[in-house]
Design a protein around this ligand. Structure first.
Ligand code: IMP
Ligand code: MG
Length: 183
C-alpha cells in the first residue's frame, strides 16, 4: 500500500491472526523459560526498533530477574541491492558496550532471515559473552538463510502481518493483536 491516508487506514478491515489473549499467554510462557535460563546471570535484552518494541516491553515486564535493555535500529536492505547481497545498515547503534555481556536479541519477526543474520554477525564481532535470539513470530517457510532461533513465540504462515509493533508504512503498530489485511 502506498501513501496510506489516515482515513483509508481507519477503513481497512483487519482479520485477527493471533489475538491479544493468546499473545500474552505465550509471552508469559516465554518469560518463564527466559527467567529460568538466565537465572543468576546478568543479561541485556536488545530490541530492534521499531517492530520489536511492544514485544520487548510486554516480555520484560514478566521477566522476574535483573536485566538491562538497549535498542538498535537497522535499515534492512540497501536500495538497488538484492536481499541476498544486502547488508543491514545500522541507523541507530547500541549505547552499551556488549563485550563479555550476555545478549538476548528481541525481534518481532524473522522472515527470510537476512536482517537477523547480519545483525548477529555485527553483534558477534563485538565479542559478547553469549548471544541468543528471541523472536515473537517465525515465518519459517520463507527462510533463506540458516540461523538459530533460541526462543520462538509463534510459527506463522507466509502472510504479511501487522499490529503489535509490526507495521505497513509505519501504521498499525498500535494494534494489541497480530492481524492481516482482510481480502
Ligand atoms: P527478513 O530480513 O526477511 O527476515 O525480514 C525481517 C524484517 O522484515 C522484519 O524485522 C520486519 O521488519 C519485516 N517484515 C517481514 N515480514 C513482515 C510482516 O509480515 N509484517 C511486517 N513486517 C515484516
Ligand atoms: Mg524487525
Amino acid at each position: 500500500m502506498t501513501n496510506p491516508t489516515i482515513e483509508t487506514i481507519a477503513n481497512t478491515k483487519i482479520d485477527v491472526l493471533i489475538d491479544s489473549k493468546t499473545l500474552q499467554a505465550r509471552i508469559t510462557e516465554l518469560s518463564k523459560v527466559i527467567t529460568k535460563d538466565y537465572q543468576g546471570q546478568d543479561f541485556l535484552m536488545v530490541c530492534i526498533l521499531s517492530g520489536g518494541v511492544m514485544f520487548l516491553t510486554d516480555l520484560m515486564r514478566q521477566i522476574s530477574i535483573p536485566h538491562q535493555i538497549d535498542f538498535m535500529a537497522v535499515a534492512s536492505y540497501l536500495q538497488g541491492i538484492t536481499k541476498s547481497e544486502g547488508r543491514v545498515r545500522i541507523t541507530m547503534d547500541l549505547l552499551t558496550d556488549i563485550e563479555h555481556i550476555n545478549v538476548l536479541l528481541v525481534e518481532d519477526i524473522i522472515d527470510t532471515g537476512y536482517t537477523l543474520k547480519h545483525v548477529l554477525e555485527l553483534l558477534n564481532s563485538r565479542s559478547p559473552k553469549s548471544l541468543r535470539v528471541c523472536t515473537l513470530l517465525d515465518k519459517h517457510e520463507r527462510r533463506e538463510v540458516d540461523i538459530k532461533l533460541d526462543y520462538i513465540g509463534f510459527q506463522i504462515p507466509d502472510k504479511f502481518v501487522l499490529g503489535y509493533g509490526l507495521d505497513v508504512d509505519g501504521y498499525w503498530r498500535n494494534l494489541p493483536y497480530i492481524g492481516v489485511v482482510h481480502t
